[in-house]
Structure formats: structure tokens, C-alpha cells
Ligand binder design. Structure first.
Ligand code: FES
Ligand code: FES
Length: 157
């Protein structure tokens, strides 16, 4: 079947298998920031934004994005020109192996889109569904709070 949607601002018209998991479709399209972790909705590594809301792409199939906007971390910044939220993760030491990082960044992006002055508990609640095996979460919370401060100071693009 044919599906039409927007991926990081670019229209897509694709023939897909109706049962193809969204995570597989996005990786097939080169969005390698979208990680396949548990494939059961438990780890958050496959998180993307769907019309601005964080969703687990392993729990969706390709036809479900028909007419919708999908955002992956590739839309935020690059290695040479990271988004301030990504820069905050780097500066706070919140990236170790990096497997969880794209999902963490996207749930943080969603949180800071509706609340640019979250408490540490609100950050912890936002990232609660995203697992990290490396950092112990403290530095991830620090990174989101740092990014929030930069956003309030007008340092986001
Ligand atoms: S791979 Fe989707 S939640 Fe773990
Ligand atoms: S940095 Fe390794 S899983 Fe989070």
C-alpha cells in the first residue's frame, strides 16, 4: 500500500508493507538515530515525535503515519551543528554509549515545548519511560535542566 507523510519536513510517498513497523521504515529511510531496542515498547530507544508528541515507533506500523508529521533527532541538529538541546546533553556529560540519547532528546524536546521551566521531578517523570543503561539518569536530568535554562534565555534556535 502507499503511504504519504512528512518526515523531518520532507514529504514522503512510499509503498510499504502494511505490517512494517514504523521503526523499521524510518531506519530504512536512513534515520539511524531511531534505535531498535526492546521492540516491545519498554525502552524508549525508538522514540520519535508524531505531530509533536513522543511515541514509540516499534509499537506503530507504517500506515499509521498517513497524513502525519514524523520528526526524528536528525531534524534537530548535526554533529557539526548540534541543537542547543543536544549541546546541553554533551556539556552535561549525559551521553555515554549514546544508544538512549536520541529518544531522551526527543522526549526532552517535547517536554520543553510545553514547559520551559520544569522541576527536576517533572524531567524525571518525562524521561521515565526511556531506559539508560549507562548514565544513572542524573546527568540526563542535569542536561534537560540546562537546556531549559538556555531556552528561557533565548539561546534556542
Ligand atoms: S524499541 Fe521501542 S520501546 Fe524499545
Ligand atoms: S548512554 Fe548508554 S544507554 Fe544511555
Amino acid at each position: 500500500m502507499r503511504v504519504a507523510f512528512e518526515l523531518n519536513g520532507t514529504p514522503q510517498y512510499l509503498d510499504v508493507d502494511p505490517g512494517e513497523p514504523l521503526v523499521a521504515l524510518l531506519r530504512r529511510l536512513g534515520m539511524k538515530s531511531v534505535k531498535e531496542g526492546c521492540d516491545t515498547g519498554d525502552c524508549g530507544a525508538c522514540t520519535v515525535l508524531l505531530d509533536g508528541r513522543a511515541v514509540r515507533s516499534c509499537l506503530m506500523v507504517a500506515p499509521q503515519v498517513q497524513g502525519r508529521k514524523v520528526t526524528t533527532v536528525e531534524a534537530l541538529g548535526t554533529v557539526d551543528d548540534p541543537h542547543p538541546l543536544q549541546r546541553a546533553f554533551l556539556d552535561a556529560g549525559a551521553v555515554q554509549c549514546g544508544f538512549c540519547t536520541p529518544g531522551m532528546v526527543l522526549v526532552a524536546y517535547e517536554l520543553l515545548g510545553r514547559n520551559d521551566d520544569p522541576t527536576p521531578d517533572e524531567v524525571r517523570e518525562a524521561i521515565a519511560g526511556n531506559l539508560c543503561r549507562c548514565t544513572g539518569y542524573v546527568k540526563i536530568v542535569d542536561a534537560v535542566l540546562l537546556a531549559a535554562r538556555w531556552k528561557r534565555e533565548g539561546r534556542w534556535r
